[in-house]
Write a protein of this length. Structure first.
Length: 235
């Protein structure tokens, strides 16, 4: 059986703000596999974008150099702390399908949980952890599981997690769990579109904060050796 990794990232900016303060990237690992990253810079707009882009750029470069995920998160923190003197923060979530260890590695420095479906169950990864950039000492929380067909991971920034708060509504994790249990690992784009649309609807389609959603799945695939990347970028 051949496994196939799929990644979808959907993002939108805060209402009436042209530039999203979130950044996202997908990077090939030098010894096989991929890493997807999402970062949320402190604040909104261009200033926040500069922070999150700084973090994602540094982390991506380290990954392509062969650094391990835990070391990447620490180095990204040290870089931001040194550049901004501990006065700004960012959240960072990295998800790696590592073909050296044949594992799914999740690195969190975020107040938002990561939801993982494996072996027919949903795990909510929500241990308390510090963001990067503020404190002199920081370490990520790392989760690692063997890669297997049927895995489905959903991660997001707090624009989604806190969607609806302004209107007395709540982004329901139980509803998301139900969707994940029914989802097809081969068709994650419709799932991503549905989750983002529902989060935006909680904010009356005027997002109160930048929203970024990452979905990664592990399914069975053909051994055709072709890697594909699709991107839609409205202007």
């Amino acid at each position: 059986m051949h496994l196939q990794i799929k990644v979808v990232i959907n993002k939108t900016a805060k209402y009436a703000i042209k530039e999203s303060g979130d950044s996202a990237e997908v990077v090939e690992r030098p010894k096989g596999g991929i890493t997807a990253l999402i970062a949320d810079g402190q604040g909104t707009g261009q200033a926040a974008k500069m922070i999150s882009n700084l973090v994602v750029s540094k982390a991506s470069a380290l990954i392509t150099d062969g650094a391990r995920d835990g070391a990447v998160a620490r180095a990204a923190h040290d870089f931001l702390f040194a550049q901004r003197g501990g006065k700004v923060s960012a959240t960072l979530t990295m998800v790696s399908a590592d073909l050296v260890s044949n594992t799914l590695v999740i690195s969190r420095n975020s107040n938002c949980p990561v939801l993982l479906r494996r072996q027919g169950r949903i795990e909510v990864l929500s241990d308390t952890v510090q963001p990067i950039g503020f404190h002199h000492y920081m370490k990520p929380i790392i989760y690692e599981h063997p890669l297997e067909a049927g895995m489905l991971l959903v991660a997001f920034t707090d624009g989604i997690y806190h969607a609806g708060r302004k209107y007395g509504r709540k982004f329901e994790l139980d509803d998301l769990k139900a969707k994940m249990l029914q989802a097809d690992t081969d068709k994650i784009k419709p799932l991503a579109d549905e989750i983002l649309a529902e989060a935006m609807a909680l904010d009356e389609n005027r997002p109160a904060d930048d929203m970024t959603l990452l979905i990664l799945s592990v399914g069975e695939g053909e051994n055709d050796k072709i890697r594909r990347l699709q991107l839609t970028y409205p202007i």
